[in-house]
Design a protein around this ligand. Structure first.
Ligand code: ZN
Length: 280
C-alpha cells in the first residue's frame, strides 16, 4: 500500500488511480495525512480491504510530504563506511544521531532554495514509524515501521561545521532542507527492505549510487538503538544516512547550484525530483 499527500489530503492508490482516503472511507479516516499514523494499523487494514496497492499517476506539483508534520525527525550520520571515510569523523562505533528540525520537511513539489554557496546533497532511505516504539529489539523492529520513502538530507556545510562541536541540526534544517516522497510505501511491498539501491543525480549526472544493504547500522539496529533511550511516536521519521559521493568530499568540492535539479531514486519507491534555485 502507498500513502501520498495530494494537495494536503491523505491519498492511496487502487489500480493505478489515486483514492482520497477520507472520501472513500466515508469519514472513518480524516483527510490529514499526519493523522493517519495515529491509527496506522487500522488504516492499512482498510486499505487492503479496498485493494490499495502500487502507485498511480499524480502531478508532482500536487505532492506534499507523506509525513508532513513529524513530531520527531532523527538523522543518522556516517552510516556507510565509504561515506564515513569522506569526512573528518571516521567510522562510528554507535549510530551518530542528530535532529533535523521538523519545519524543514517538504514534499516532491518543493523547490529547494540555496541559502549559502556550500549547500550539499545527501540521498537517504527514510523510515516512518507506525506505532509507539520504546525498548524495541531489532528482531521486532520492522513491525514498528509504517513505510519507507525517499529523502534528501540537504546540508549547509559551513553552518554544519560552525563552532567547536558540529552543528548538524542547524546546518541541515533550513526551510525545505528535508524533501521527502513522493509517497510512503508499506514494508510488505518490498522483496527485501534491507537491500534497496539508492542514487542521487544532478541534472542527469550521477553523484551517488549505492545500496542500503551496506549500512553500518541497518534499519532494525537503528530502531533498537533509538528506542532504547527515546520513545518513537507514530509519524516519527528517521533519515538513515547517506552513502559516499556528497559534494564537500569531491576534489574540488562541488555544491548545489541554482538551475540544477536534484533527482533521487530508491528501489521500490520511485524517484523524487526537486529543482534548485537561489534564495530570494
Ligand atoms: Zn544525512
Amino acid at each position: 500500500m502507498r500513502i501520498s499527500n495530494v494537495d494536503g489530503r491523505l491519498t492511496t492508490f487502487v489500480d493505478g488511480k489515486p483514492v482520497d482516503v477520507a472520501e472513500a472511507s466515508g469519514g472513518r479516516f480524516g483527510p490529514d495525512p499526519q493523522d493517519g499514523f495515529e491509527r496506522w494499523e487500522q488504516l492499512v487494514d482498510w486499505g487492503r480491504s479496498i485493494g490499495a496497492r502500487g502507485a498511480g499517476a499524480v502531478d508532482a506539483d500536487r505532492l506534499d510530504a507523506p509525513v508532513p508534520r513529524p513530531r520527531q525527525v532523527f538523522g543518522i550520520g556516517l552510516n556507510y563506511v565509504a561515506h564515513a571515510m569522506e569526512g573528518p569523523w571516521g567510522v562510528p562505533d554507535v549510530p551518530a544521531v542528530f535532529t533535523k528540525y521538523p519545519t524543514c520537511i517538504v514534499g516532491a513539489k518543493h523547490i529547494v532554495q540555496i541559502p549559502a554557496p556550500t549547500t550539499d546533497w545527501e540521498v537517504e532511505l527514510v523510515v516512518a514509524i507506525g506505532r509507539r516504539a520504546h525498548g524495541v529489539v531489532a528482531a521486532d523492529a520492522w513491525s514498528y515501521v509504517a513505510g519507507l520513502t525517499i529523502g534528501q538530507d540537504i546540508s549547509e556545510r559551513t553552518l554544519q561545521r560552525a563552532g567547536n562541536v558540529p552543528q548538524f541540526g542547524l546546518g541541515k534544517s533550513y526551510p525545505g532542507f528535508g524533501p521527502t516522497g513522493p509517497w510512503l510505501v508499506t514494508v510488505d511491498e518490498f522483496t527485501n527492505p534491507d537491500d534497496l539501491s539508492l542514487s542521487c543525480a544532478l541534472n542527469g549526472e550521477t553523484m551517488q549510487d549505492w545500496n542500503t544493504d551496506d549500512m553500518i547500522f541497518d534499519v532494525p539496529a537503528l530502531i533498537e538503538f533509538l528506542s532504547a533511550s527515546k520513545t518513537l511516536l507514530p509519524g516519527t521519521v528517521i533519515l538513515t544516512g547517506t552513502p559516499h559521493g556528497v559534494g564537500f568530499a569531491r576534489k574540488p568540492p562541488r555544491y548545489l547550484k541554482a538551475g540544477e535539479e536534484v533527482v533521487v531514486k530508491l528501489e521500490g519507491v520511485g524517484e523524487l525530483r526537486n529543482p534548485v534555485i537561489a534564495e530570494a
